[in-house]
Design a protein around this ligand. Sequence first.
Ligand SMILES: [Zn+2]
Length: 67
Amino acid sequence: MPMYEYRCQQCGAKYEQLRRMSEADTNLECPLCGSRNVRREVSACAIGGSSSSSKSGGGCAPRGGFS
Ligand SMILES: [Zn+2]
């Protein structure tokens, strides 16, 4: 299961979750404020690994064109 990063648009919290790919964007909810206004950030597609260096080095993951 890949790790995804999410950013709450409400309080700005950033958090990570392991999710199935098929559920990457479902039932998003901020663990801090409970807002559902959460967006998935493009994160390292490699599982585990990179301690986030400021830029998420994209590449293998299709940039989610969600809007
Ligand atoms: Zn929040």
